[in-house]
Structure formats: structure tokens, C-alpha cells
Design a protein around this ligand. Structure first.
Ligand SMILES: NC(=O)c1ccc[n+]([C@@H]2O[C@H](COP(=O)([O-])OP(=O)(O)OC[C@H]3O[C@@H](n4cnc5c(N)ncnc54)[C@H](OP(=O)(O)O)[C@@H]3O)[C@@H](O)[C@H]2O)c1
Length: 295
């Protein structure tokens, strides 16, 4: 080996050592082990599945929702999935005093958050604007829009200064395409998308990453809530097609949260393969759909 080849070999070795040091540093920054992850709407669906998935990665999870009995079950599942802490507290994102009391409780558990998942929300009703009900509109705008603003304002001081910290809000493909009967829900999720855009500008330079995860059809309690307990109508949404599961969303959230600190997944749209667009769903006919995996 001549001097030139030896220098090249040494340069390659130094570069490899440097790269692996950088990668190790980045993976340490993005590792979820012992990090504190706060999830709203953790009593069912995406939030519950995400809680267990983050706990399985060694994170400490802080869970909020209105149904405390359901939260207790999810917290227990988290403790079985990982070695971190899994703590739950009552939260109504539609109420500023409730959000403030919840975040006071969060501060008693930890001075620093790595991740806030703004997931609490949903839809109520599918009436046209002409037939719409105030209480349904108020539910959708209070939870999906004002809930995110309240939770983010209250949690920002806890996210500041944590390397790689993130806010991931759950939007919807409804934020990008309107449909008949969806005026208030589409408006609410479009609100979520614009809050995400504004927040990313406001937080540029702080190191806090801001992202939106926008799913299409996913089988959770979402349709049951939308159709106010009408299970037959809720089931029809997924007839003959294979929807996403809560687990699919949980795995995607973990992937987003474990990117290196310099990588921000701004906007991620995730749809079932059978759903090309809100109005374009391939259905094989009832009875042929593989069983879903609601939490
Ligand atoms: N499933 C889908 O097809 C789909 C698609 C796109 C987007 N999304 C969005 O994904 C998010 C999660 O929905 P999901 O599908 O998992 O439905 P889900 O199973 O009905 O879960 C909704 C969660 O939000 C919580 N929540 C509702 N109102 C709340 C409030 N005022 N305060 C605190 N928590 C509240 C519920 O808990 P409590 O009732 O116990 O409070 C529940 O844990 C929602 O933002 C939804 O709009 C869903």
C-alpha cells in the first residue's frame, strides 16, 4: 500500500468514526427511553394505541381524557408494555380550567416534556349546514381547534429546552378536502392544519418540531361517536374495505417521534390503500373485510 492509499484508508476510517459518532448522538437525542410523552384523548383509539406504543419504547407516558376508567385500563396496558411510568389524569380539552389543572398535574410529574400529542377530538353528526346542530359544531371546534390551542399554550414552557422536543397534532384528510355533511369537521381540521403552520413559524429557532399527522379512514370509536352510538351506521363506513387501525397510527407516531432532532416531519398524510380520496373508496362488499383491530 503506497502513502496515498494509506492516507485514503485513514481518511475513510476517520470519516466512518465521525459518522457513527454523529449517528449515535442523533439516535441518543431522538431515543424515547425515559422521555416524557403527553397524549391527549388517550382513553381510546389512536391515543390509547399510541400510549402503549410509546410505553413499549421506554417512554414515560402522561395520559389525559374525560373517561378515567378507560384511562386507568390504558395506563395498566402501558405499564405492561414498558418499564417507564404511565400516569393518567382527567382532562377536558374543551375547558381552559381543566387544561390548566391538567398541566399543573403534569408539572408535578416532570419539569420537561419531549412530546405533546394533540390527539383528543373527533366528529359529531353528518348533517348539512342547513340541518346542523350548535352542540355538534361546538364539540368539533372546541376539541379539534381550541383544545389544541389550549394544550399547546400550556405545554410550551415544558417543551422549551428539551432537545428534539415535538408537538404532533392529529389532523385528518378532511383538513384538505371538504365533503357534504362535513362542513364543521372539515373546518375544524383545516383549523388544526393552520395552527400547525402558524406554530411552526412561531417556534422556528427554538428547536421544537411541529408536525401534523393526517389520517384517512381508521377504525376506532370515531364513527361510533360521530353517529352518536349508532353501531350499524358506524360499521357501514368501513364496509367492504380495509381501514387503517389505531396500531397503524401509533406506529407512525413513534416513527415521527424517533427521527433525529434536526428532522421535522412537517405533514404526513396516511390513508388506507383502499381509499384514494375522501369520496373514492374501493369496497369489496360487506362480509369480505378482514377483522379490524380496534383498541
Ligand atoms: N378514526 C378516524 O378515521 C380518524 C381519521 C382522521 C382523524 N381522526 C382524528 O384522530 C383523533 C383521535 O380519534 P380516534 O379515531 O382515535 O377516535 P376515538 O376512539 O373516538 O378517540 C377520541 C379520543 O378523544 C378524546 N376526547 C374527545 N373529546 C375530548 C375532550 N373534550 N377532552 C379530552 N379528550 C377528549 C376521547 O376521550 P374521552 O371521550 O374519554 O374524553 C378519546 O380518547 C381525533 O382528533 C380525530 O378527529 C380520526
Amino acid at each position: 500500500m503506497n502513502v496515498w492509499e494509506e492516507n485514503l484508508r485513514l481518511a475513510k476510517a476517520a470519516w466512518l468514526a465521525h459518522s457513527s459518532r454523529v449517528l449515535r448522538k442523533l439516535s441518543m437525542q431522538s431515543s424515547l427511553k425515559d422521555q416524557w410523552v403527553l397524549i391527549t384523548g388517550a382513553s381510546s383509539g389512536f391515543g390509547a394505541a399510541a400510549a402503549v406504543a410509546f410505553a413499549g419504547q421506554g417512554a414515560n407516558v402522561l395520559l389525559g381524557a374525560r373517561r378515567m376508567d378507560r384511562l386507568a385500563t390504558v395506563a395498566e396496558a402501558c405499564r405492561q408494555a414498558g418499564n417507564g411510568q404511565a400516569l393518567a389524569c382527567s382532562l377536558d380539552v374543551a375547558s381552559t380550567p381543566s387544561v390548566e389543572a391538567f398541566v399543573r398535574w403534569v408539572r408535578e410529574q416532570t419539569p420537561k416534556l419531549f412530546l405533546l400529542v394533540n390527539n383528543a377530538g373527533g366528529a359529531k353528526g353528518m348533517e348539512t349546514v342547513a340541518e346542523g346542530r350548535d352542540e355538534d359544531w361546538e364539540f368539533m371546534l372546541q376539541t379539534n381547534v381550541l383544545g389544541i390551542l389550549r394544550m399547546t399554550r400550556a405545554c410550551l414552557p415544558l417543551l422549551q429546552g428539551t432537545p428534539g422536543s415535538q408537538i404532533i397534532s392529529i389532523g385528518s384528510i378532511a383538513s384538505r378536502t371538504a365533503y357534504e355533511g362535513g362542513a364543521a369537521y372539515c373546518a375544524a381540521k383545516a383549523g388544526e392544519l393552520q395552527i400547525t403552520h402558524a406554530l411552526r413559524l412561531e417556534l422556528c429557532g427554538t428547536g421544537i418540531r411541529v408536525a401534523t399527522l393526517d389520517p384517512g379512514f381508521a377504525e376506532t370509536e370515531f364513527s361510533l361517536v360521530r353517529f352518536k352510538g349508532d353501531a350499524v351506521r358506524a360499521q357501514k363506513v368501513y364496509d367492504g374495505m380495509t381501514p387503517l387501525s389505531a396500531q397503524d397510527i401509533a406506529e407512525t407516531l413513534v416513527w415521527m417521534a424517533t427521527r433525529p432532532a434536526h428532522v421535522c416531519i412537517d405533514e404526513l398524510v396516511i390513508k388506507p390503500t383502499d381509499q384514494a380520496a375522501i369520496h373514492k373508496v374501493h369496497r369489496r362488499g360487506p362480509g369480505q373485510r378482514p377483522a379490524g383491530k380496534p383498541f
